[in-house]
Design a protein around this ligand. Structure first.
Ligand code: PMP
Length: 448
């Protein structure tokens, strides 16, 4: 691996291919309103290995974008590739989720139930968005109620009832979120009725939840939240918040559900719920669980998930439990389990090096820089001086344009981050990658 000491003025990228791509696909691929790329140029990938990406123009990058989350064991990990190839040599990637099954499904179920605290029973889906919808259906069927509480800034997929919507300005106790033009997730074409399924409350505000449940608890089926809000500047849960939330949920017969699509298998084999020591009634998984193949999961208590067993609730799909996805999950988890999960300790060590390096370089530049996250990922928060950010009020001094400037400069200097300044670690990152990244960060800061 090159050390990139020779790098001077950033990457050269072929803009022609970007133009052709824009003509081939209207709106690009994932077309949220927020800009998903640090620069207007697409990086055309030639190959990937470990923590590195190589593009068609001959540039090399250390990758923390990690495909927006799924890449947890690095690119083209030998065991992972071998497992997928073995699967494809023996059977079709998908077999119909009906009469045919594979033995690997059994081994995987055992591992998932062992590692995920809330997983008394499990059910596959394909994307994170889909798992969330199945979780909503289960909670409604279980409680006989309709509405869902979710929190400002959290993201749960692209379906009508969860995309966009902001808090009702008339107050927390007022029903439903509202559509707002400023909302980066606002979209035309939604079923207006879908909006009326959701109350949107301020994150970490247990009084707002208590007030909402007091007024509307007889209509609320579920509280669904990101346990660590990677989709909103990695806001952390206030100590005690989830313990109180669980008590409230049980008091009002509401299902407490964690959206672990990002945190699952990224911050530990047991996800955020194991890390935080709070077991929800249900949780949704995706991304890292299969190391890059589309597989998602709903896990929950016997009582809730049992509704699938007697067909009270339907969770249908051609691809559920498909062999290639199962092989991917199994291989990923096997790699993450190595040496009793010590890969996570190594990710922690490297992330700590990265974080303290970034803070030090920023300090020299006179920029306060909170780096917030947990095992497997952290987000840079320029301008923020507090030790932990829990709420939007803690982000009052956050310089959002600076995040995008830093991301663009880092990309020029050969480092890829996720939109919003998140660095996702993988088990493939090593000390060389951290050295390389900190050198790139210094150069990026010098250009600011
Ligand atoms: N939940 C969370 C927390 C997510 O971050 C995402 C995707 N970013 C989703 C759900 C939706 O997953 P998918 O894109 O696989 O549909």
């Amino acid at each position: 691996m090159g050390t990139r000491k020779e790098r001077k003025t950033g990457n050269k990228i072929n803009f022609e291919l970007t133009k052709k791509l824009a003509m081939a696909y209207v709106g690009g691929h994932s077309n949220l309103k927020i800009d998903m790329s640090a620069t207007p140029m697409k990086i055309f990938v030639d190959r990937m290995k470990g923590a590195r990406v190589y593009d068609l123009d001959g540039n090399e990058y250390v990758d923390y974008m990690s495909a927006l989350g799924p890449i947890i064991v690095g690119h083209c990990h030998e065991h992972y590739v071998r497992s997928l190839k073995e699967c494809l040599d023996r059977m079709s990637p998908t077999i119909g989720s009906y009469v045919l099954a594979t033995e690997k499904e059994l081994a995987l179920a055992e591992k998932l139930k062992k590692h995920i605290p809330c997983a008394e029973e499990i059910k596959f889906a394909v994307t994170g968005s889909e798992a969330v919808q199945l979780a909503f259906r289960l909670a409604r069927a279980y409680t006989g109620k309709r509405h869902v509480i979710r929190f400002s800034g959290h993201y749960h997929g692209w379906f009508d009832n969860v995309i966009g919507m902001t808090m009702n300005p008339e107050g927390n106790g007022k029903p439903y979120g509202i559509e707002s033009e400023e909302d980066v997730f606002a979209t035309a074409g939604k079923d207006p009725e879908a909006v009326k399924q959701t109350f949107i409350l301020p994150w970490n505000d247990i009084d707002a939840v208590a007030d909402c449940l007091k007024r509307y608890g007889d209509q609320i089926a579920m509280v669904h939240c990101e346990p660590i809000v990677f989709n909103h500047h990695a806001l952390m849960p206030l100590p005690g918040f989830f313990e109180k939330l669980k008590v409230l949920c049980e008091q009002y017969n509401v299902v407490m559900s964690f959206d672990e699509v990002i945190t699952g298998f990224r911050c530990g084999l047991g996800g955020a719920q194991a890390k935080l020591g709070v077991t929800p009634h249900m949780a949704t998984f995706g991304k890292s669980m299969a190391g890059g193949m589309p597989v998602s999961l709903v896990a929950g208590t016997k009582e809730i998930m049992g509704l699938l067993g007697d067909r009270t609730v339907i969770g249908a799909g051609t691809f559920m439990g498909y062999p290639l996805g199962v092989a991917a999950c199994l291989a990923t988890i096997e790699i993450l389990e190595e040496n009793n999960g010590s890969v996570y300790d190594e990710m922690d060590r490297l992330q700590e090096r990265l974080t303290s390096g970034i803070r030090e370089i920023s300090k020299q530049k006179g920029i306060p820089m909170l780096c917030q996250g947990t095992t497997g990922g952290m987000t840079i928060l320029p301008g923020v001086e507090c030790r932990v950010a829990y709420t939007d009020a803690d982000l009052a001094t956050l310089d959002i344009p600076m995040i995008f400037t830093i991301a663009a400069l880092l990309q020029e200097e050969g480092v890829l981050t996720r939109v919003g300044g998140t660095f996702y670690m993988t088990t493939a990152h090593n000390d060389d990658d951290i050295d390389y990244t900190l050198a790139a960060f210094s150069r990026a800061m010098a250009k600011m």
